[in-house]
Ligand binder design. Structure first.
Ligand SMILES: [Zn+2]
Ligand SMILES: [Zn+2]
Length: 257
């Protein structure tokens, strides 16, 4: 089976640490054939990292050279937040048009901002954007993402869903995410021609029900490490373990590049 890694953050992402070149070199070592650079874009003050179309054009030039040197196919993409349940992406259209591959997932809900963080912890400070929302709201944002034709991949389903629960309630929160929403996510993804990501860093949130609905509707999948450091670049072992476990045929894994 072809090895892909379609979710990677470089040092152009505020939370990434690795240069583009180091990423591509590591992908070569890991025998990844096709990959995508997908740095974060939430369009809030101080957080628009791909600041201009020129920056993306230059990145594509750098990519051309790296492809020649290392023989790995790389898409210059982005992981773009949505601004509300309509699924509209938080970036100017001119910038969106420059990207070759767009993934989007819920990082906060309703996701208008990325919130703030407690010192050293992953808990967001509850704010007007993220309080008082439940599974229906989470689902609504996800549906908006799936219905946006600019998006190719729904990144890490349920990633942010447990953020608002205290530590001892998180596992239960994930388990009790309503099955009807899992079904609709997999059904709409199939209908809209989107791939649902098997995110190596986050795949434990997906239980049997997701894959059973995926089987029913013929949903496509994407594979990504979500690497923010060199160590994790190309580390997609866990995703492929799920591919094996749920007997997902190669033709149901997204083909890009
Ligand atoms: Zn993400
Ligand atoms: Zn990511």
């Amino acid at each position: 089976m072809k090895k892909i890694d379609l979710h990677l953050h470089s040092d152009l992402s505020s939370d990434g640490k690795v240069s583009f070149e180091k990423i591509v070199r590591k992908l070569k070592e890991e025998n990844v054939q096709t990959a995508a650079l997908t740095n974060h874009i939430p369009e809030v003050p101080g957080h628009l990292w791909y600041a201009s179309c020129n920056a993306v054009v230059n990145l594509k030039k750098e990519r051309d050279k790296l492809e020649d040197t290392y023989g790995v196919r790389i898409l210059v993409g982005a992981e773009i937040d949505v601004i509300d349940v309509s699924g509209r992406l938080a970036a100017p259209e001119s910038l969106i048009d420059e990207f070759e591959f767009i993934i989007s997932g819920v990082h906060r809900y309703p996701n208008a901002t990325r919130g703030r963080w407690f010192h050293g912890s992953r808990l967001p400070v509850p704010n007007a954007d993220s309080m008082h929302y439940g599974p229906a709201q989470y689902y609504a944002i996800t549906e908006g993402i799936l219905k946006n034709e600019q998006v190719t991949v729904l990144a890490h389903p349920l990633f942010a869903y447990d953020f608002l629960f205290p530590p001892h309630k998180k596992a239960e929160a994930i388990r009790s995410f309503p099955e009807i929403y899992k079904r609709e996510i997999m059904r709409i993804a199939a209908e809209e021609g989107k791939a649902v990501e098997l995110n190596s860093d986050d795949i434990d949130r997906m239980d049997d029900a997701w894959f059973s609905f995926g089987q029913t509707y013929g949903t496509m999948y994407s594979i990504g490490s979500d690497a923010h450091s060199l160590k994790h670049v190309g580390d997609v072992k866990k995703s492929y373990e799920y591919v094996q476990k749920y007997k997902i045929p190669e033709e149901r894994i997204i083909h890009v590049g």
